[in-house]
Design a protein around this ligand. Structure first.
Ligand code: PMV
Length: 362
């Protein structure tokens, strides 16, 4: 497929007005996307667990307007107008306009809210852009029933990607790969696809407890971080390393070998932060408590043999990953030893989820 396959036919007739809602989850990468080319094309492939509890709920109301000459929308966040989110949405509209040629025909009211607290340090761009992309694409679906569901899944992921790269992995569950990898025909830079190889049962119910170490804004945005991979001295070897890790995960996902899983996932998390620490300018997003948590996880794993591990996003918070069978002792360990390192003792219990869902609006 190419971008052109996502441009709809010009002869379909769109509804005059309507209301659509979607709930889309966040995701946590196991092999990280860090570095991109123009139009949110990833410099290396990535794979992520789709989450369940951390999600954005978006309801879009649309009504035909004339003239159809410019974008027109109101944005509500948790029921209140949110002017500072608007430029991001405007940029998104501009990027997707050729694939959603009806955007200028309508006035939209976009009403959005997150299941997780606003200032939790959890990025809402993945779940937010996925939910918005699905709502806007639903208008095309209302107008053209001839397309298969798989086309809409791909196009929703493609559009979400143009909003925020990692958002393309938030449409489907439970394990999603994004980015051209090896000879695999289904892998593409254009959108995320359900992980194309065998996945052991253990990974279908994995837990992710997110420890909120720092709830404030990050000091360096992902956009800036991605760009710093241009001309980065280790960029090329990092990109090769991501392919190698994705290859190694194929056997791990199939067999359920948790020791190897942990080795790859933790290495990926630290490599992501190593890239930040070795770019020009360099920066550090981990905080002292991030390291306290990592060391406590290593100690606990060594002394108890529990297959619990961590991964990191582009921030100080720690995602603690463990299998369903180890849920009780992992939660007890988190409460007894790790919660002390969280800001105000806050953490979020999440697990692998099944992807975005259309809301039943009454
Ligand atoms: O989607 P962005 O541009 O916010 O980038 C996300 C990058 C990481 O979260 C650090 C890694 C990933 O693959 O999700």
């Amino acid at each position: 497929m190419t971008e052109k396959d996502f441009i709809p036919q010009s002869n379909i007739s769109y509804p005059k007005e309507g209301r659509i809602g979607y709930k889309a989850p966040s995701n946590i990468a196991l092999v990280k996307y860090w570095g991109k080319k123009e139009n949110q094309i990833p410099a290396n492939p990535s794979v992520s667990f789709t989450l369940d509890a951390c999600a954005t709920r978006t309801v879009v109301t649309f009504k035909e307007k004339t003239p159809a000459d410019e974008f027109s929308f109101d944005l509500l966040f948790e029921g209140k107008p949110k002017e500072d989110f608007k430029p991001k949405i405007e940029t998104f509209f501009n990027r997707v306009a050729v694939y959603l040629p009806y955007l200028k025909k309508y006035h939209f009211t976009i009403d959005t809210s997150n299941s997780f607290p606003h200032s939790s340090g959890i990025a809402s761009s993945a779940s937010g852009m996925a939910a918005l992309a699905l709502c806007l694409l639903e208008i095309e679906k209302m107008a053209d029933a001839t397309k298969e569901d798989s086309y809409f899944d791909k196009k929703a992921s493609f559009l979400a990607r143009l909003g925020s790269g990692s958002a393309c992995r938030s449409i489907k569950g439970s394990l999603v790969q994004w980015g051209k990898h090896g000879g695999l025909e289904s892998s593409t830079n254009l959108f995320g696809v359900p992980y194309p190889h065998k996945v052991h049962e253990v990974f279908k119910t994995y837990h992710d407890t997110i420890l909120l170490v720092h709830k404030g804004q990050k000091t360096v945005s992902s956009t800036v971080g991605h760009n710093l991979m241009n001309g980065h001295p280790y960029a090329n070897s990092r990109f090769v390393h991501a392919h190698t890790n994705l290859d190694a995960l194929e056997a791990v996902f199939a067999s359920g070998d948790l020791e190897k899983f942990i080795g790859i996932v933790e290495s990926e998390a630290l490599t992501l932060h190593a890239m930040m620490m070795s770019s020009t300018p360099y920066f550090i997003l981990m905080m002292p408590n991030t390291l306290q948590i990592i060391n406590a996880i290593w100690d606990y794993r060594k002394t108890t043999g529990t297959p619990i591990c961590f991964t990191l996003d582009a921030g100080a918070n720690v995602h603690v990953l463990y299998p369903e069978d180890y849920k009780e002792q992992s939660i007890a360990f988190i409460q007894e030893q790790l919660v002390q390192y969280c800001e105000n003792g806050h953490y979020i219990c999440d697990k692998v989820g099944q992807g975005a869902k259309k809301l039943d609006l009454k």
